[in-house]
Each structure stands twice: as structure tokens, then as C-alpha cells.
Design a protein around this ligand. Sequence first.
Ligand code: CTP
Length: 215
Amino acid sequence: MKKIRCLITAGPTREYFDPVRFVSNPSTGKMGWAIANAAKDIGWDTILVLGPSALPDIDGAETVRVVSAQDMFEACKRHFDSCDILIMSAAVSDVRPKFRLPNKAKKDAIDLRPELERTPDILLELSKIKKNQVLIGFAAETQNVMDYAKDKLERKNLDAIAANNVGAAGAGFASDMNKIDLILRGGDVVDFGAGTKTELAKQLVDFLSERFFAE
Ligand code: CTP
């Protein structure tokens, strides 16, 4: 039986102004890390592209550590061609400083209105060059969760998107618990309910395996 090759992203990205200051978000990488473990456990060849995170490497999977959105984009491009499924659970920073100083700025010299620019939308860019890869996104939202998630599924040409209310109690960034509704292209919704990230990751990977790769 052919081994499924999966590429999973997790964690935040950091976009530095100078060597000690950056733009980021509270993601810890737990959800994507749990998905990578679940993928490895069902026998998929697993590459985890992980932004800055305290989580350890996974035995039996390849962990590629990155810092910025640009690093993550390049790591994903290197492995995208040869993967069967991309699960993009990273909380990629949407903006970055346009200029990065080589040395720490002194407090009085800090630019209070630094110029920002958008980071590459990794999932969108990969969706434009995809061949047969299955693309799974995550939508981290605090309001209109299902509508915004459906919009992303269409816009980024995804096969499915996990809608994630990061504002709800006991879900989202840094928590060990989460709640996921998986919206499939075509409109069906699979409600995985609430659970630990480990439980939800296993349910998600089992579902994706059955749905997209059943022999
Ligand atoms: N994503 C990405 N590259 C970015 C931003 C997001 O690949 N620069 C991916 C995320 O990993 C996720 C999906 O796109 O799988 C949706 O991310 P989200 O942050 O929810 O949405 P955005 O596309 O950034 O849109 P908005 O900030 O307007 O909600």
C-alpha cells in the first residue's frame, strides 16, 4: 500500500523589527503538533513545519523549525510537490515590518509608526500551484466563524477547512482543549465536538484518511 505523505504546519510565526522585537500571536503549535503525531501514528510519512514553539521534535516524523512567514513559505514550497496532503494549522502572522534593523533600536529611536507589509499567504500561493494534493486549512476566528471559514475555503480553493472559534472558552490558542467543525468543499459540515487537541487530531486524521485516501 502506498504511504501517504503529509505536510503539516503549526505554531505562530515571528516577524522581527530588530533582533529583540517582533510581531506574532499567541499560538503555541499544540493543535498542529497533535495532528502531526496522529498522522505519524496512522503510518503517514509526516513532515511538521513548526514556527517558534516549546514543543519537542516528534519521533518518527521530520520536524522543520522555522521563524518567519517567509521561512515557513520556503519550507512548505520545498516539500509541497512531493506531499499528498497539506494541513495548514499554523497561525501565520499576516503582517511583517517592512524593514528589519540589524541591531537593537534604542528606546528613544524606536519608530512609533513602523511601516508594515503583508506576509505571503502560504496556503493561497500553494493552492495556485497544486496538482493532486489535498489542501486543508484552519480558520481561527472570534466571530461569524462558519461564514468566514466558508469564505476562506472558497478563496483558497481548499478541500476542507477546520473552523475554530478561538474566542470561545476552552478552545483555541494555548489551550489543551479545542472545538472543531470541519467544513468540506460542497458544504457538508462534520462536527468533531469539543475535546483535547490530541483527541481531535486523531479524529481529524482518521476522517481525512477515510475520506481522501481509502483504497
Ligand atoms: N494562512 C497562510 N498564510 C498566511 C495567513 C494564513 O497560509 N499568511 C493560512 C492559515 O494557516 C490557515 C488559513 O490560511 O490555514 C486561514 O488563516 P486565517 O488566519 O484564519 O485567515 P487569513 O487568510 O489570514 O484571513 P483573515 O486574517 O482575514 O481572517
